[in-house]
Design a binder for this molecule. Structure first.
Ligand code: RBV
Length: 420
């Protein structure tokens, strides 16, 4: 047994045994990360590196933290969302020696918890949504100047950091883990896509025959549309990007402006990275019983404050479900207070998926430690070789074999001489 972390702020240490079981079950389904952990333990590529992590405090995140520690790093963790912390996991991590500052429902002290991580003077930041990186820039200029760099897990965070870079405000190199092919193709599409189940878990509603509106047609929304259709729903997509809208049309979905879509919707799912996608004027247009869920990073995609203002009554009807009654008598059901519903109600993308994303995080940390001297403050892509490595290892652990190019084939595709 490791000694308890000396400093921490969590809900209750009493939940540690339950959390340890939850982590154990996730770890079993994260074989690619397990291989990295084994190699890290032997090679210690992160020896002496202090990592500050701001991530959803989930069982899968716990497996990542242990992998980073096996590589020689010390890691402190805060939550990247007020509602996504699994309190049992936080307790197990503290019992396992990690300083953790997070509890479910921590709205009021969200930023103090980020500051507690920064107070440990980490030299590498791993973020999900860019709150930690932005806070460090605002309040800890020296820490940022000394840092090796940072890594960002999610679409919304990468968007923020690219704006920072464009405005010349970024002071440390950032690697856009989200933009790695193996992250977007699997975590965003199938991981968030499976988040359709949050509607079923929260409301146990039949999706077959329902009109499900999916706002946006990026990687996350593609998965949501796919899975909603698979459950028998009629999917309507809304978009602002003509290319993505056309893609949705060709995929066989109806595409409508939101003002029309809301009138037909039984369920509305947002994952756009933008704000007020479902806005004040839309609520009175909705049918009685419409279910609203956001799966994007921040709670701004559905205009919750406007909904609060418009509603004549609001009451909690089930765990993570609030009923809003409007002046026209229609009742709307909002999941997870408009925060990312799949994290809050389901615990996030499953371990098999996070195995991929967090393998990329672990290998990116190793890459940053090795290469940071050659990097400048801008947003970098994850080297493609990392995505390919993780995919190869994942296939191996699934005992799926693929072909290899012969010498002749290699020669052919690397030469322009042979034609008609
Ligand atoms: N995410 N982390 C977890 N189970 O630990 N689940 C989801 C987890 C990340 C995911 O990669 C996505 O990009 C981000 O959370 C949204 O904030």
């Amino acid at each position: 047994m490791r000694p308890l972390a000396k400093d921490y702020r969590i809900q209750s240490l009493d939940l540690a045994a339950q959390g340890a079981d939850a982590i154990y079950l996730a770890e079993m389904r994260m074989p690619a990360l397990a291989r990295i952990k084994q190699r890290f333990a032997a090679e210690r590529p992160l020896e002496g590196v202090g990592i500050g992590a701001c991530l959803h405090v989930t069982r899968e995140t716990a497996v990542l933290l242990r992998t980073l520690r096996a590589g020689g790093a010390t890691v402190a963790l805060c939550g990247s969302n007020p509602l996504s912390t699994q309190d049992d996991v936080a307790a197990a991590l503290v019992a396992d020696g990690f300083p953790v500052y997070a509890w479910r429902g921590n709205d009021a002290e969200y930023y103090p918890c980020l500051r507690a991580v920064l107070a440990r003077q980490p030299t590498l930041l791993i973020d999900d949504g860019a709150d930690l990186i932005v806070t460090a820039h605002r309040e800890q200029a020296a820490l940022v100047a000394e840092a090796l760099g940072a890594q960002e897990e999610t679409t919304t965070g990468v968007t923020r950091l690219r704006v920072m870079a464009q405005e010349g405000a970024l002071r440390t190199p950032v690697i856009a883990v989200n933009d790695a092919k193996i992250k977007m193709m699997f975590d965003n599409r199938y991981g968030t896509g499976q988040g359709v189940l949050s509607v079923i878990k929260a409301m146990n509603v039949l999706l077959a025959g329902k009109a499900v509106v999916v706002a946006g047609y990026g990687w996350c929304s593609k998965g949501l549309a796919l899975r909603a259709r698979g459950l028998g729903a009629e999917v309507i997509v809304t978009e602002v990007d003509p290319l993505k809208a056309l893609e949705a049309v060709m995929e066989g979905y109806r595409v409508l402006p939101m003002a029309q879509a809301v009138q037909e919707a039984d369920v509305i799912l947002t994952s756009t990275g933008c704000r007020d996608v479902v806005a004040a004027e839309h609520f009175p247009q909705m049918k009685d019983g419409t279910i609203l869920a956001n799966l994007g990073h921040f709670n701004v995609e559905i205009a919750v404050e406007a909904l609060d203002r418009l509603a004549t009554t609001k009451r909690r009807v089930r765990e993570d479900v609030d009923e809003y009654t409007l002046a026209n008598g229609h009742r709307l059901y909002l999941l997870a207070e408009g925060r990312l519903a799949n994290l809050v109600t389901l615990g996030g993308p499953p371990a098999e998926i996070m195995d991929l994303s967090f393998s990329v995080q672990a290998l990116t940390a190793e890459y940053l430690v090795k290469t940071h001297r050659a990097l400048t403050p801008q947003v970098y892509d994850v080297p493609d070789a990392i995505s390919h490595d993780v995919a190869r290892v994942k296939l191996e652990t699934m005992q799926i074999h693929i072909d290899a190019l012969t010498q002749d084939q290699l020669h052919y595709i690397h030469s322009f001489h042979t034609g008609t």
